[in-house]
Design a protein around this ligand. Structure first.
Ligand code: CA
Length: 358
């Protein structure tokens, strides 16, 4: 009897231990670090890139696995220096920061110191970086990380799409292995560099066309979001109530941007790059519509325009002698979720709270 009871006790202890192990394993598997979305942040820093990067680094929903730098707002060299200084400011030297392309695929680079300040970061002088550059080429790093975590990596490009296009061209096998692409760029309602094109797409339209046609789940967070989400002095005042290296840096960048916006008669500064990060954090912030999007690469007035098919079909025009006859309408497959609306206040509140460290 004694032996049997002993055996029974030991069985119950064992089962308790097993339950405990199971609970421990369950909680580890469901911990925030595990649940966080792995992202690669591709950037041309850039004032709004700075806002976007700090939003990503301060958000537990995201796990920034790498930062790849692309020329755009500033040159490749300046962008790399800015990215390194920012990760250093955030004490995140653990994140690899890699240089990428040196120029757009086919056209000359257009830099935007006019909007972003001489140093690309609103003329705010950050301390030299304690972090070192990763030796890998940006597009190679993207390829490597996607293969290392198949179906888990979300690409968040917030600059011209040169690096992403180079990665796809070099290794198309990454396309089905990328979880999704959430990019800032494009517009279906007119541009910001001219009447038709948005800056990130305008800076490398051929690269953008490669990225849109690649065949992966893609969300286009364009001007329809950024222009509606204007960060006004009210939000800046709220953000400026707390202090720290990141807060103070972002407040200075925002003050610069606000001054610039006011010269152009705007009530606040449009939140372009942070909008893609915000959608990665919380897709419910935006309303999307599935569309087939092509990037215009040849138009005299429309090069760099993202042309979204809002009806989902195209006419089938067939040549009959000297004229075309419409013989029907063919469905087109959507290749993008296009953001058409945003809950601006909720997005801006999220931004302010995260920069404040809440
Ligand atoms: Ca950018």
């Amino acid at each position: 009897m004694k032996i049997v009871r002993c055996f029974a006790v030991s069985r119950s202890v064992r089962s308790l231990f097993q339950s405990f192990t199971f609970l421990l394993l369950f909680s580890v598997l469901n911990s925030p670090a595990r649940a966080a979305k792995k992202i690669i942040f591709d950037t041309d820093p850039g004032t709004d890139d700075a806002l976007a990067l700090m939003l990503a680094l301060n958000s537990p929903e995201l796990d920034v696995r790498a930062i790849t730098v692309v020329p755009g707002n500033v040159t490749a060299e300046m962008g790399l220096e800015n990215a390194l200084r920012m990760v250093s400011l955030a004490n995140r030297c653990d994140i690899p920061v890699a240089a990428g392309a040196r120029r757009p695929l086919f056209q000359k680079l257009i830099t935007a110191e006019f909007w972003h300040g001489k140093n690309g970061l609103a003329n705010v002088e950050l301390p030299p970086s304690k972090c070192k550059v990763d030796a890998r080429f940006g597009p190679d790093l993207i390829i490597q990380l996607v293969h290392a975590s198949p179906h888990e990596i979300t690409l968040v490009p917030v600059g011209p799409l040169t690096n992403i296009a180079l990665a796809v061209e070099k290794d198309p096998s990454i396309v089905p292995l990328v979880k999704e692409v959430i990019l800032m760029g494009g517009s279906i309602t007119g541009g910001n560099v001219n009447a038709s094109a948005e800056a990130n797409i305008y800076n490398d339209p051929e690269a953008a066309q490669i990225v849109f046609q690649a065949g992966w789940p893609l969300t286009m967070v364009g001007l329809e979001v950024g222009d509606k989400a204007m960060l006004t002095p009210k939000y800046l005042d709220e953000l400026s109530k707390a202090h720290g290296p990141i807060n103070d840096f972002i407040a200075s960048v925002l003050k610069y941007l606000m001054g610039l916006s006011m010269q152009f008669g705007e009530a606040g500064t449009p939140m372009y790059d942070p909008s893609a990060v915000a959608v990665a954090i919380d897709p419910t912030l935006v309303k999307t519509q599935n569309m087939h999007v092509d990037v215009e690469t040849r138009g005299e007035f429309t090069r760099g325009e993202t042309v979204g098919n809002r009806r989902g079909y195209i006419e089938r025009n067939v040549l009959h002698g000297d004229r075309y006859v419409i013989e029907g309408a063919d469905k087109v497959q959507p290749n993008a979720k296009v953001c058409v609306d945003v809950d601006a206040d909720r997005f801006l509140q999220l931004f302010v709270a995260r920069i404040r460290g809440k």
